[in-house]
Design a protein around this ligand. Structure first.
Ligand code: PLP
Length: 399
């Protein structure tokens, strides 16, 4: 028997990747499934970005780059950080990797040892706890109920901090809830963090271009500049520029951590694709109209989906402030019985029942909060309407 390492056997595969794969498989087998699991824009990468990649290839940019990314890309990232947060970052405080996902993993790998604690507000992006566990850390899950907009309160943060706490993970706008922290909420969390100088904050800002509020979205470093030396801000081009397949993420933060990540990268991947780096530099510094246009589409889709879902007896869903997900409450369906005689005991039973009825979604338990289910709205309005029709029929058939 092949013996696997403990770091592998103690984690599970990403449930969202698995659910998306299951939906694809069923579709390939001829089943009529509306796939609402996808965590990626349905838009194509804008043409000007593709053109930048072609130009880079033709100019011979087809070789290894510096481990922490090309100068051109890091300059584009620094300029973007300045635009969005007003903060200056030195080029050596910036690093790049094969997706924001890889950078978060490396940040934990570089910073946590046996049982170091990482505070993860739930509902959370499915990967955080397993990334912490894979790196010998201990996830400390703090439940953030719907009545506070699925957001972490200063009191809950204070209560979760121990001498072993290394990180707080803050994901705003959030996957799966779309919750966005406003400036006052960030300042209140910041006040707690200022009392605990041993706690660093990993801000996952990957959805920061997709938000439906007025004015500018505020990030933690902008709201609480005093924390700048303790904030590791992760971002990427996957969601904002419909570039999931290019695998390019970036982060800015404390030099010691960035250098450690670069050391790991030098032994792991050398650098992300030179061509993707050229494309990402063009995305960050070029015309931003795609961001505005796609944002409008996500907002329309959100409005359509929220209205339809709230019209279904047993379900409820608040309009999220950002990202392209809905985290809908399905408590009214729990305890009911399907026409097959199967009882819906929890949100996993509910999404499996929806799958039988032609809609693929992901159960709330995968994100650490039940009874909910996540629908992605990174899909067309027509598909959203069809999915909601099927969900409504499925719910109506429960007794
Ligand atoms: N963070 C969150 C909250 C996400 O939802 C995702 C992707 O699903 C990522 C990070 C990683 O994105 P990527 O690795 O494509 O940059």
């Amino acid at each position: 028997d092949f013996k696997l390492a403990k770091r592998v056997t103690r984690i599970k595969p990403s449930p969202s990747t698995a659910a998306a794969a299951r939906a694809k498989e069923l579709k390939a087998a001829g089943r009529d499934i509306v796939d609402m699991t996808v965590g990626e824009p349905d838009f194509d990468t804008p043409d000007i970005i593709k053109q930048a990649a072609v130009a880079a290839m033709q100019a011979g940019q087809t070789k290894y780059t510096a481990v922490n990314g090309t100068l051109e890309l890091r300059q584009a990232i620094a300029a973007r950080m300045k635009r969005h947060t007003g903060q200056d970052y030195a080029l050596d405080q910036i690093t790049v990797g094969g997706g924001g996902k890889q950078i978060i993993f490396l940040a934990f790998m570089a910073s946590i040892d046996d049982d170091d604690e990482v505070i993860i507000p739930a509902p959370y992006w499915v990967s955080y706890p397993d990334m912490v566990i894979a790196n010998e850390g201990k996830p400390v899950i703090v439940t953030c109920p719907e009545d506070n907009g699925f957001k972490l309160t200063p009191e809950a943060l204070e209560a979760a901090i121990t001498p072993k706490t290394r990180w707080l993970v803050l994901n705003s706008p959030s996957n799966p809830t779309g919750a966005v922290y406003n400036e006052a909420e960030l300042k209140a969390l910041g006040a707690v963090l200022e009392r605990h100088p041993h706690v660093f904050v990993l801000t996952d800002e990957i959805y920061d271009e997709i938000w439906f509020g007025e004015g500018k979205l505020v990030s933690l470093v902008e709201a609480v500049p005093a924390l700048k030396e303790r904030i590791f801000a992760v971002n990427g081009v996957s969601k904002s520029y419909a570039m999931t397949g290019w695998r390019l993420g970036y982060a800015v933060g404390p030099l010691v951590l960035v250098n450690a990540i670069n050391k790991l990268q030098s032994q792991i991947s050398s650098c992300p694709s030179s061509i993707s780096q050229a494309a990402a530099a063009a995305a960050l510094s070029g015309d931003q109209s795609f961001v505005a246009e796609s944002g409008k589409a996500y907002r329309r889709r959100r409005d359509v989906a929220v209205e339809l879902l709230n019209g279904i007896p047993g379900l409820s869903c608040k309009a999220p402030d950002g990202a392209f997900y809905l985290f809908a409450n399905c408590s009214g369906a729990i305890g009911k019985t399907a026409p097959s005689g199967q009882k819906i005991e929890n949100d996993l039973d509910f999404v499996l029942y929806l799958l039988d009825n032609g809609v693929a979604a992901i159960h709330g338990a995968a994100y650490g909060l039940s009874p909910y289910f996540r629908l992605s709205t990174a899909t067309s309005e027509d598909l959203i309407r069809e999915a909601c029709r099927r969900i409504e029929a499925a719910c109506a058939a429960l007794s």
